[in-house]
Design a protein around this ligand. Structure first.
Ligand SMILES: [Fe+2]
Length: 387
């Protein structure tokens, strides 16, 4: 056994309730947390689906009033966080309920931090820079992938520098996650595939991370199996609740794994892409994952073989290089089967962009736990392979 497996590790997770109609518990849990007037944070698309009305209805049943903030875009921006914090204060809110994907959830985390600490959101970039805990936060995820509902991460777009900043702090772990598969029933196929590949990337990066532990490993591997089996089914049969539930479980496990083991080069590079070009986070991960795995492979081949087994890849009796090709091939096949067949070049990324993208990615805190140390030139090469 690797000696590093005995190193000290901690595991932080919020209380969560997973199951059908968990969203309807928002009112009860908000009341338990002492809420009287809630800021409901959501995105403009989710706002129209009816899932928000279910949640606000449950708040009303408990006599809790609310103000709605739906001005959150994909890749949430610093200015949106600041506008949400202003609304929180002016409306006399005391807690936050967020209904949406990773973007509204990250924005909601940022709103709470800005309200409590009374500083610009960009001041909290990095690890453990949040001083005063934010007000209570209840999360109801409407995608299966980001894990933001259980994580200690928030990723915010610095619109001036055109980079995504990462805020990592135990203080932004939500108080409650109400993990309900039903809101996934209205999630379009493309978003299902993108967010699902985000979850797979969380699991893979957490499993090979330098900060992994036996506790995060078990969640990461189970998540790989769940996403491998059920994500294609959920994309093909979007209205089947059972498949949706399994992907929600996979996303939850992946979130628990990466929140505690952190991530790696895929996320560092995807954050840089999202900041510069505003591309969807899950799609960026999907397009980079196999190339980063290829770069990292030889630094922890046994770990990648275990991931391969979780993906159903038979490697018994094969030489190391054949195993590697088969495992990388399985990840590429999964991406293609989900309909993600474009390349970064098709999304508008150009070769002259790569030095800037790599220079930003090299500073991303996610890179610290990548199993192989990467230089700016290495990152440029990886981007080029995905171009
Ligand atoms: Fe992610």
């Amino acid at each position: 056994m690797d000696k590093s497996r005995f190193e000290l590790r901690k595991f932080v997770a919020p209380e969560f309730i997973i199951g059908e109609k968990a969203r309807l518990l928002a009112g009860r849990y908000a009341k338990n947390l002492g809420a009287r007037h809630v800021l409901v944070v959501t995105g403009p698309v989710v706002y129209k689906t009816g899932w928000v009305t279910d949640v606000t209805g449950s708040l009303e049943e408990e006599g809790i009033t609310y103000t709605i903030f739906s001005g959150v875009s994909p890749n949430p921006r610093d200015l949106e966080v600041m506008a949400g914090a202003k609304l929180f204060k002016e409306s006399g809110c005391d807690s936050i309920v967020v209904v949406g994907g990773g973007s509204p959830i990250d924005c909601a985390k940022g709103i709470g931090v800005v309200f409590s600490n009374e500083e610009d959101i960009l001041k909290f970039e990095g690890v453990d820079n949040v001083r005063i805990p934010p007000p209570p936060l209840i999360c109801i995820p409407t995608t299966a992938g980001t894990g933001a509902d259980v994580s200690q991460f928030a990723i915010i777009n610095d619109t001036t520098r055109k980079v995504k900043i990462a805020i990592i702090s135990k203080k932004i772990v939500p108080d409650i996650a109400l993990v309900d598969p039903e809101p996934l029933l209205t999630l379009p196929k493309e978003l299902t595939a993108h967010t699902g590949m985000d979850a797979l990337t969380h699991s893979v990066e957490a499993y090979v991370s330098n900060a992994s532990s036996p506790v995060t490993d078990i969640h990461a591997l189970e998540s790989v199996q769940l996403m491998n089996t059920y994500l294609p089914l959920a994309v093909e049969h979007p209205k089947k609740l059972e498949w949706r539930y399994q992907t929600m479980l996979g996303s939850l496990f992946a979130g628990l794994a990466f929140s505690n083991a952190s991530l790696g080069a895929v996320h560092a590079m995807a954050h840089s892409l999202g900041g510069l070009s505003d591309l969807p986070h899950g799609e960026c991960n999907a397009l980079l994952l196999e190339h980063v795995m290829e770069f990292n492979y030889d630094s922890c081949p046994n770990r990648y073989e275990t991931i391969g087994r979780a993906l159903g890849v038979e490697t018994e009796g094969l030489k190391r290089d054949e195993k590697k090709q088969r495992i990388l091939g399985a990840v590429a096949a999964m991406r293609e089967n989900l309909g993600i067949t474009v390349r970064l070049g098709d999304l508008g990324v150009r070769k002259p962009d790569l030095p800037k993208l790599a220079a930003t990615a090299i500073r991303d805190p996610c890179l610290a736990t990548n199993p192989r140390k990467a230089t700016v030139r290495d990152l440029e090469n990886i981007y080029e392979k995905a171009l």
